[in-house]
Design a protein around this ligand. Structure first.
Ligand code: 4GO
Length: 257
């Protein structure tokens, strides 16, 4: 898959693409990330990419024309590489977009990639967005100064789902949201942690070697945590038929708060 990222700050991406479990996928081009520095597509003497908003007010707006030239260059390059492919999704990150969740990440991970537009300032001239953007995505109800961090978050989430990226092929099957619930807690050495406030042992069942009991304990920790923090996810899992009778019995046994 291929992602073409149009940004004023390509240097923010480069170090990120060189670390962690995702590094191989980026370096081998299994996930081919191409950076398109928007400043290169500004044609006037000042290499302007922004200007003041019509109607007045604070802040600046990203100009259509450099973006149109960048987009034409990206599309031409993609056609040269993949002549018969359907037109790619064009993603813009903004608080007004559709909330990103693991279902959307799975959708993107199964697809051919996308063109990704990173906004700065007050955002991009609406006429450009109307002409090109097919998917407006938000990470949540908060404001950032640019779309680069959401773009990196999406690239990370999509890449770790690619074949061979995680060390253990099964390990994303127990991530939060993989079955619609929050993940259970995890423990490693030491068996007993001695602190000034006393000792904290690992939950004994995890040392028992009883795989079925361990699986049940983890499921119950997921259910209890999800019920407490995200009751909306319990409702959704119930609707989607993802809760067994045992799960329902356990949830009924939890104290109401
Ligand atoms: C995305 C972009 C927040 C998000 C952004 C988010 N802020 N919640 N800021 O995913 C246009 C210029 C949008 C800055 C960008």
């Amino acid at each position: 898959m291929r992602f073409d990222v149009v940004t004023l700050f390509p240097e923010l991406f480069e170090p990120f693409l060189r670390v962690g479990v995702t590094r191989r996928a980026f370096e081998s081009r299994q996930v081919d990330v191409r950076l398109w520095p928007l400043r290169d597509f500004a044609e006037d003497n000042y290499r302007r990419v922004d200007d003041r908003p019509y109607g007045g007010g604070p802040g600046m707006v990203m100009l259509v024309e450099p973006l149109e030239r960048a987009m034409a260059a990206v599309r031409a390059d993609r056609v040269a590489a993949t002549s018969s492919a359907p037109p790619p999704a064009v993603i813009y990150f903004s608080p007004t977009g559709r909330r990103m969740d693991q279902a959307l990440v799975r959708e993107l991970a199964a697809g051919p990639g996308a063109i990704v537009l990173c906004g700065r300032y007050e955002g991009i001239d609406q006429r450009f967005l109307d002409r090109h953007v097919t998917m407006e995505i938000s990470l949540g109800d908060f404001v950032l100064s640019g779309g680069e961090l959401p773009a990196l978050a999406m690239l990370d989430a999509v890449t770790r789902l690619q074949e061979g990226v995680l060390n253990d092929a099964a390990s994303h099957q127990q991530d939060s949201f993989s079955d619609g619930l929050l993940d259970c807690p995890h423990y490693s050495r030491p068996e007993v942690l001695e602190t000034v406030n006393g000792s904290q042992p690992v939950p004994p069942v995890l040392l028992s070697g009883h795989h079925a009991e361990i699986a049940r304990w983890r499921r119950e920790r997921s259910l209890a945590l999800t019920q407490q923090r995200r009751p909306d996810l319990i409702e959704a899992a119930r609707r989607d038929g993802k809760l067994s009778r045992k799960d329902e019995a356990f949830l009924s046994s939890l104290p109401r708060v």
